[in-house]
Design a protein around this ligand. Structure first.
Ligand code: AMP
Ligand code: ZN
Length: 113
């Protein structure tokens, strides 16, 4: 999508700090980190959110999660991490291109909301 921030990052039109890339997936550091390690894993196909996944495009979600596992090892998150995907207004989704946050590098609060 031409006006999508993450499509532009994938295309290199907007710079990012890349941590991983393959045929299906692009991953880069969040510009406003909420944890010592905060990485965004996005599919190379414009899918608005988890709510838009179906049997035709779910391979992108699977590939994103495979990438999460690889990146977490690469980043040394052996003590654990959190994977978050915000969907829609109530969850505070601000970029409408599917993305999985990897949050780690310190102990997190027990509450998730
Ligand atoms: P969400 O609120 O789940 O839609 O997450 C969007 C995330 O994108 C936020 O954590 C932002 O800090 C992050 N973000 C916005 N613009 C950029 C950018 N240019 N480079 C890296 N991360 C960004
Ligand atoms: Zn997009």
């Amino acid at each position: 999508m031409s006006d999508c921030l993450f499509c532009k990052i994938i295309d290199g039109e907007i710079p990012s700090t890349k941590v991983y890339e393959d045929e299906f997936v692009f991953a880069f550091r969040d510009i406003n980190p909420q944890m010592p390690t905060h990485i965004l894993v996005v599919p190379k196909e414009h899918i608005a959110s988890v709510a838009e996944l179906d049997s035709d495009n779910s391979v992108y979600a699977a590939k994103c999660l495979e990438a999460v596992a690889k990146i977490a090892k690469q980043e040394g998150l052996e003590n654990g991490y959190r994977v978050v995907s915000n969907v829609g207004e109530d969850a505070g989704q601000t970029v409408h291109h599917l993305h999985f946050h990897i949050l780690g590098g310190a102990k997190m609060a027990d509450k998730m909301s």
